[in-house]
Design a protein around this ligand. Structure first.
Ligand code: HEC
Length: 126
């Protein structure tokens, strides 16, 4: 009986995880601290280059199925998708999202880099 309850619990837990992964994640609730120094030049451009544009770019050789509507080549495209990016890959007080990069990626950001991403987006991606 005990192990059966455990099995059911495990099954429900994996279903919940899978469900969340399919929809991306949740808003991180990150806020922009006074004196934030993160900019596109100092952070965002390199973050996207390291972890995202190999799939999310109009010039990507293999998008691995990334939607054509989601390219992060320019700051304008990133700002337009800021909420989606936060929920896909950001880390903050309300959520820690690691839906992106996709599992086919070769490199993954650290927790600190995910926090910086959420902060930078919360500041309006300056
Ligand atoms: C290895 C390829 C790959 C990498 C790298 C990657 N993605 Fe994705 N991305 C995908 C795929 C595939 C989908 C579609 C997933 C789905 O709908 O189930 C997607 C979907 C998304 C979406 C939803 C877009 C929409 O309009 O539906 C966002 C936002 C996103 N990715 C952000 C990012 C961010 C931010 C990074 C970098 C931290 C990143 N991705 C890195 C492959 C990738």
């Amino acid at each position: 009986m005990k192990s059966r309850t455990l099995l059911v619990t495990l099954a429900l837990a994996s279903l919940a995880t899978f469900g969340a992964a399919c929809e991306g994640g949740e808003p991180t609730g990150a806020t922009c601290p006074d004196g934030s120094t993160l900019t596109y030049a100092s952070f965002g451009e390199q973050f996207m280059a390291d972890y995202c544009v190999m799939c999310h770019s109009s010039t990507a050789e293999d998008r691995h199925g990334a939607p054509k509507s989601a390219n992060f080549d320019t700051i304008e495209e990133i700002r337009a998708k800021a909420d989606d990016i936060d929920s896909a890959a950001g880390k903050g007080p309300s959520a820690s999202n690691d839906w992106m990069p996709d599992s086919a990626s070769v490199a993954f950001p650290t927790a600190t880099e995910r926090e910086q991403l959420a902060e930078w987006l919360a500041c309006g991606a300056p």
